[in-house]
Structure formats: structure tokens, C-alpha cells
Design a protein around this ligand. Structure first.
Ligand code: GAP
Length: 461
């Protein structure tokens, strides 16, 4: 993935808006930051929660064949031996003796040299050490001693406890193959290079689902899940032209995979994976059966057939989905200021379902009568829009519109002096910037109509 200077400018605009408006802050900024670590601010955490909620609804609550879990981050280290991570979760890395930076040995023709930013690392002439393997798992000591036998790892993916709980789920619930287990949670990888804002971090969140089925049905489920997952990304409002699937060629498949593809989004810095869909065969249940000494064979109680189920995995990155939404929604255009002069505005054109705030309500001035009416409208809408409304009384109306545009609020409502006479308010649309006047009695319906129209404009297939 390239990071030339024009790309950095585009990404920097997004990073800067994220900080300015409280979506994402650099972690530990007070102490000079901490590489590749980010804090989600008040609006960022709302957006993240919306993504999680939409994923959970799609993958768990709306389905009869998938259940959810929330598992421990730290686990018995034998799990990581069984999964193959201790042995083979490596990236080859080289150190540059000239600039002191570390790079992935398999990525030298993609990365720019920090000392000569116009050149790739493969061309800059820096002296590189031979490639060494670097395990990406974070080692920890579990318990009070720092002995060899207390070593464990922060999980590098959320899926493993979904395999190790397979037996618990079939025993404790009525789930029968085919069925899935889903989880959202943190994962940790000691990535060598951590660039492009939220794209490659050392601590990130995954939304994973493991679907267990009969081996003869695995390919069919793999294809079904590919469609479900691609359509879900579209349903967030991501531009379909910036989404694609990239199947892994047979000679590039992971050791456990029978078939695999990436769902990719076209970020400012290029196409990048946001989700993987894998047919993992019986690798995981077989290996955990073997390493634990407890078979994870399944008996179909209708046919009496015994088999190790195959598993189809869908594995989405929450932070990358967040970054895709920010990149897709970010736009610049011209808008009138308070004096009617046109000036540049930054706007996030979120699909309403992912906008952290659906509607903002302003009194034109701090006159108590206006404030009271505006507060009443806001509190009525707050109930309808699940608390995703906001009351704002500071600054000129133009500045208030600009603030809401920058955080992607679809609609703003202004209560002005005429409202006291005609009981009508102004609704202003983020995208068209058109303003309509509606009576206070019909404001909830008018807001619902506009939100519905904006939602429909995103149904682009
Ligand atoms: N269980 C399979 C698995 O973990 P993966 O392709 O390594 O597969 C799945 O990761 C998703 O997790 C990726 O598509 C990506 O969205 C996200 N992801 C992986 N590494 C990441 C990182 N360092 N920073 C942010 N997201 C990451």
C-alpha cells in the first residue's frame, strides 16, 4: 500500500477532522504519543458502537443459526500452539542501518523511505540487515512469576475461543450443525510497520463469526457468506464502486484454508482488506481435538453420522470499517457563511444509519422562549432517534451548521423569532443545504421523511 505525499494529504485531512471533532485522538498524546495506538473520542465511540450494533444485528440477533459470545482475551497458551500461531505467525523483517527503521522484508517495494520520502525502501540505497522472522504475538506473563511456564499471549485474533467452545455451545444450547458462533473484541499484533492511521494498528477490534457445517456443504456456505458480508458493507452506505472481492489464488492460500477471499475497500492510500472470508476446512476443530486430547467430532443425531465439521469464517476489522466509512463520507465543497459568502466546507456524508447524530436542534438566540421550544423539540426527537440528537446554542447559525456538517449530522432544525408567531421551524439538509419551513406539530414526520429519503439515496445496489 503506497503512502506518497498526495495520499498523505488526503489521509491527513481525515486524521485532522477526526481529531478536531472528537472522533479519534492519538493515544498518550500528552506524553508524545505511542506508535500506532489511537483513542476513540465521544463521536468515534458512537460510530464504533453503531457499526458493532449493525454487525451484531446482521450476524447474531436477526438469525436463528448464529449465537454470540464474549470470550477472554488471554487464554491457555496451548491454544496458540494448536492454532499454528506459535510456530508460524511470523513476518520476515529487516532493519535499515542507515535510518534505523524496521520494515517487512516482503514489502520493500511498497514502502517509502523515511529519509528520502520520494523513494521506495527497495530503491533508496539504505543498508539492510538480512531478513529475520519476527513473531507477531505479544508475549505476556500470566500470574505473579516471570518464569518460562507463565508465558502466554494476547490473542492475535478473536476466533480461537469460538473453536474451543464448540462443544460447550452444542451442549449448553440447542444449536445443531450448521450453526455459527460470533464475537466482537480486541486483538493484538506486534505489527512491524504501522501506517495509514487506523488501518494497521497493534491493538484493534475484530468482528468474527465461525460457521460450522457438514464438509459437503462448506463451499455453498462460503459463497453464501461472501454475499452476506459484501452486502452488509454496502448497507452501511459505502460506495459499491469502492468495494471489491479479491479471491486468494490457490498457491497463496493459508495452510488451513480450502478457499479464501478478501473484501477490499479503496482507501485514499489504495485498495486494502477490510474483511476476510475463509473456508477453513476441519483444520481448527481437528487441531484443538488433537492438542487437547478431547475429540471435537460431531454426531448428527438425525443421521447418526460422525464427522469433524468444516468451518466458514467471516472476519471483519472494526477499525478498518470505521476508516472506510470516514474515507467514504469525507467530502469538501462550497457553502455559504453567515454573510452569504461562499467558503470551503468539510462534510461527512454518512448514511443516516451510521451518523453518530441524526438531528441537531438550535435556538437562533439564547432568548428563553426560543430555548424552551428548541429543548422541547430536541427532547422529543431524542426519544425517537435513540439519543442520537443534539442541542446546540453556541456560535452563529452558520458556525453551528458547519460543526454539524463536519460530524455528518443529516438534519439541523432552527427555532427562530418567527417560530413564536407562526409555530414553524426550519429544517436544513446536510447534503442539499436546502431549508424547508414546517410547523412544529409536523416536525417529527418531516424529519422522518427526509431521513428516509436520504437512506434511499444510498441504495445503489
Ligand atoms: N481469524 C482470521 C483473521 O484474523 P486476518 O485477515 O488476519 O484474519 C481479519 O484479520 C481482519 O482483521 C482484517 O480483514 C482486518 O480488517 C483486521 N485486521 C487485521 N490486522 C489488523 C491490524 N493490524 N490493524 C487493524 N485491523 C486489522
Amino acid at each position: 500500500m503506497a503512502t506518497g505525499s498526495s495520499v498523505e494529504r488526503a489521509l491527513n485531512d481525515i486524521v485532522s477532522l477526526c481529531k478536531r471533532r472528537g472522533f479519534v485522538f492519538p493515544s498518550s498524546e500528552l506524553y508524545g504519543g505511542f506508535a500506532a495506538s489511537w483513542d476513540y473520542g465521544p463521536l468515534g465511540v458512537e460510530l464504533k458502537n453503531l457499526i458493532k450494533r449493525l454487525w451484531w444485528d446482521e450476524m447474531v440477533t436477526s438469525r436463528e443459526d448464529v449465537v454470540g459470545m464474549d470470550c477472554a482475551v488471554t487464554m491457555n497458551p496451548r491454544i496458540w500452539e494448536a492454532s499454528g500461531h506459535v510456530e508460524s505467525f511470523h513476518d520476515p523483517m529487516v532493519d535499515c542501518k542507515t535510518c534505523g527503521q524496521r520494515f517487512r522484508a516482503d514489502n520493500l517495494s511498497e514502502e517509502y523511505c523515511p529519509k528520502s520520502p520520494s523513494k521506495k525502501v527497495s530503491e533508496c540505497g539504505g543498508e539492510l540487515t538480512p531478513a529475520r522472522n519476527f513473531n507477531l504475538m505479544f508475549k505476556i506473563h500470566w500470574g505473579p512469576t516471570e518464569e518460562e511456564d507463565s508465558i502466554s499471549y494476547l490473542r492475535p485474533e478473536t476466533c480461537q475461543p469460538l473453536f474451543t467452545n464448540f462443544r460447550n455451545i452444542t451442549t449448553a444450547t440447542r444449536m445443531r450443525v450448521p450453526f455459527g458462533i460470533a464475537q466482537i473484541g480486541k486483538a493484538f499484533r506486534n505489527e512491524i510497520t504501522t501506517k495509514a492511521f487506523l488501518f494497521r494498528q497493534r491493538e484493534f477490534e475484530q468482528m468474527e463469526m465461525e460457521f460450522f457445517c457438514h464438509p459437503s456443504e462448506a463451499q455453498e456456505w462460503y459463497e453464501k457468506w461472501r454475499e452476506v458480508r459484501l452486502n452488509w458493507h454496502k448497507s452501511l452506505g459505502l460506495n459499491p464502486a469502492r468495494l471489491r472481492t479479491a479471491p486468494h489464488p490457490p498457491d497463496k492460500l493459508a495452510h488451513y484454508a480450502k478457499a479464501a477471499l478478501d473484501i477490499e475497500y479503496q482507501f485514499p492510500m489504495g485498495w486494502g482488506e477490510i474483511e476476510g472470508v475463509h473456508n477453513r476446512g476441519d483444520w481448527d476443530l481437528s487441531r484443538h481435538g488433537q492438542f487437547s486430547g478431547k475429540s471435537l467430532e460431531y454426531r448428527d443425531d438425525r443421521t447418526n453420522e460422525r464427522f469433524i465439521p468444516y468451518c466458514v469464517e467471516t472476519s471483519a476489522g472494526l477499525d478498518r470499517t470505521f476508516l472506510a466509512l470516514m474515507s467514504d463520507a469525507y467530502d469538501q465543497d462550497m457553502a455559504p457563511n453567515d454573510k452569504g459568502e461562499m467558503e470551503k466546507r468539510d462534510v461527512l456524508r454518512f448514511r443516516p444509519r451510521v451518523a453518530p447524530i441524526t438531528v441537531a436542534v438550535f435556538p437562533l438566540s439564547r432568548k428563553p422562549d426560543l430555548e424552551e421550544l428548541a429543548r422541547k423539540i430536541e427532547s422529543d426527537l431524542r426519544r425517537v432517534y435513540n439519543h442520537r440528537s443534539m442541542y446546540d446554542e453556541t456560535g452563529s447559525i452558520g458556525k453551528r451548521y458547519r460543526r454539524q456538517d463536519e460530524i455528518g449530522t443529516p438534519l439541523c432544525i432552527t427555532v427562530d423569532f418567527d417560530t413564536l408567531e407562526d409555530h414553524a421551524v426550519t429544517i436544513r439538509n446536510r447534503d442539499t443545504m436546502q431549508q424547508i419551513r414546517v410547523s412544529m406539530e409536523t416536525v417529527a414526520t418531516a424529519v422522518a421523511d427526509q431521513i428516509r429519503d436520504m437512506e434511499h439515496s444510498f441504495d445503489r445496489g
